[in-house]
Design a binder for this molecule. Structure first.
Ligand code: GUN
Ligand code: ZN
Length: 476
């Protein structure tokens, strides 16, 4: 008798649903079909009934070990693959100077496909090991090495969006830019070649770097290309005040930063914009209307002293929101880190609110004379209103289901709803010499929290994308 499912897993499942930021299902059985889709997730008391319907036997069931649980794979909605080579270094300058001194010179090296291969392989392997089942990557301006990143993600089985970066303005590293026509032609070549390769789970994403490095014509043409090919779009918005001032100067005829993207048809329900720290209520309302999403990258916002996003405000505006590592403005390629920084930043906002304080980071870079004045009064919540810090459950939701909604792929992944693809990590909290300890009186919820706050890749025993096991990784 052939089973109608490829495999079954029995144990604890933890995920976010539309009605609950964390649902913990103990003693449940999940069936995954040969296409990697979840056929059922039901209490184990239904085992006999399920076994009859789906024609599986006891030996087809994989039983999870003590304290182990499955949770959805995490969704990194914003990560720069080429910047992985310098992650954990070079965090001593504000955004625009950091781009000029470290980022552009590094990205220039990716013209060499062989150079790119090593680092792109490392970041895909690293993020998969960290439990990132979906990554939304920026590559560089070079089409061939950007296509290589897509191939590597595909070969390792990661779900991904990959963007060839577009920029026709670069006043500081002038040989790291394209002409407007080149940028458009190369983006077309990138998208066409990509689509010919027919990867199932790796998709092209139109990637104007940010308004500062794109002419109006380029933005316009990229907006049109995204419509023609029905592709996703990613960029940066309102990350740091130096950048915002520059956008005001470069685009004087637009209402605000959001308007620059919106008027050029770059704000759609398949758009994800990183940061958004200084977006006004009016701009957030446009995001909501267009169905565009924000990627919250707290490690980067702190590391580059750019600003901070008031996540609560974004959620209240009902704007789609996911989390991003923003490697290497953010130094960690782990979404667990993004979860933790999200919690920390939300609590800092709460403390500031309670104390009625405002942060002034302007002195941070003063020894080098690179001051950037944070318009803190605009960013901070009003003291008179009640401010509610995020719960860990809400941050868990953002790292999983929220990310899939931000990328508009929540019909396929993000939680364990029947019919979705099984993108998951198998967490093993108790590993020898691991980063966390479980004690006798810990509840399942305690253990889940301990993993989110203390765990790392040592606890991520297996990773699945669309039902296929991708971690442990093959040897490099
Ligand atoms: N804005 C434009 N490019 C970048 C980048 O590479 N990193 C960050 N954090 N912000 C940007
Ligand atoms: Zn970024």
């Amino acid at each position: 008798m052939t089973s109608k499912v490829a495999y079954c897993i029995k144990g604890t499942f933890v995920h976010a649903t539309d009605s609950s930021p964390i649902e913990i299902l103990q003693n449940h059985i999940m069936g995954v079909n040969s296409k990697g889709k979840i056929e059922f997730l039901e209490h184990a008391r239904e085992q006999l009934k399920l076994a009859k319907k789906w024609r599986f036997s006891e030996s087809d069931i994989r039983e999870l070990g003590s304290h182990e649980f499955c949770m959805p794979g995490m969704v990194d909605t914003h990560i720069h693959a080429p910047q992985y080579s310098f992650s954990g270094t070079a965090l001593d300058l504000p955004l625009l100077e950091w781009l000029d001194k470290y980022t552009f010179p590094t990205e220039k090296k990716y013209k060499e496909v062989d150079f790119a291969k090593n680092i792109y392989t490392s970041i895909v392997r690293r993020t998969l090991r960290n439990g990132t089942t979906t990554a939304c990557y920026f590559a560089t301006i070079y089409t061939d090495s950007s296509l290589l990143l897509a191939e590597i993600a595909h070969n390792y089985g990661q779900r991904a969006f990959v963007g060839k970066v577009c920029m026709d303005i670069n006043n500081f590293v002038p040989n790291y830019k394209e002409t407007t026509d080149e940028s458009i032609a190369e983006t077309e070549r990138f998208v066409k070649t990509f689509l010919e390769r027919k990867y199932c789970r790796v998709k092209p994403i139109i990637t104007p770097r940010f308004a500062v490095s794109c002419s109006e014509k380029l933005l316009q043409e990229l907006g049109e290309l995204a419509i023609i090919h029905g592709t996703h779009i990613q960029s940066h918005i309102s990350e740091a005040d130096g950048e915002i001032n520059l956008v005001k100067t470069l685009f004087p005829n637009y209402k605000n930063y959001t308007d620059v993207y919106d008027k050029n048809k770059l704000l759609t329900d398949k758009t994800v914009m990183a940061h958004g720290c200084y977006l006004s209520d009016e701009e957030l309302a446009i995001f909501r209307e267009r169905g565009a999403a924000i990627s919250h990258c707290p490690n980067s916002n702190i590391s580059l002293c750019s600003g901070h996003l008031d996540v609560r405000k974004v959620l209240e505006h009902k704007v789609k929101l996911g989390l991003g590592t923003d490697v290497a403005g953010g130094y960690s390629p782990s979404m667990l880190d993004a979860f933790r920084r999200t919690m920390d930043m939300s609590k800092v906002l709460y403390i500031q609110h309670e104390l009625g304080q405002k942060i002034d980071c302007s002195s941070l870079y003063s020894p080098r004379g690179n001051q950037q004045t944070m318009p803190a009064s605009k960013a901070l919540p009003n003291k008179k209103e009640k401010y509610t810090a995020l719960t860990y459950k809400e941050a868990f939701r953002l790292a999983t289901l929220g990310g899939s909604q931000a990328l508009n792929i929540d019909d396929v992944t993000g939680n364990f709803q029947v019919g979705k693809e099984f993108d998951a990590i198998l967490v093993s909290p108790c590993v020898p010499d691991g980063p966390l300890d479980v004690f006798a009186d810990d509840t399942v919820e305690d253990i889940v929290q301990k993993f989110l706050y203390l765990g790392d890749d040592r606890n991520i025993k297996e990773v699945y994308v669309a039902g296929k096991q991708v971690v442990p990784l093959p040897n490099a």
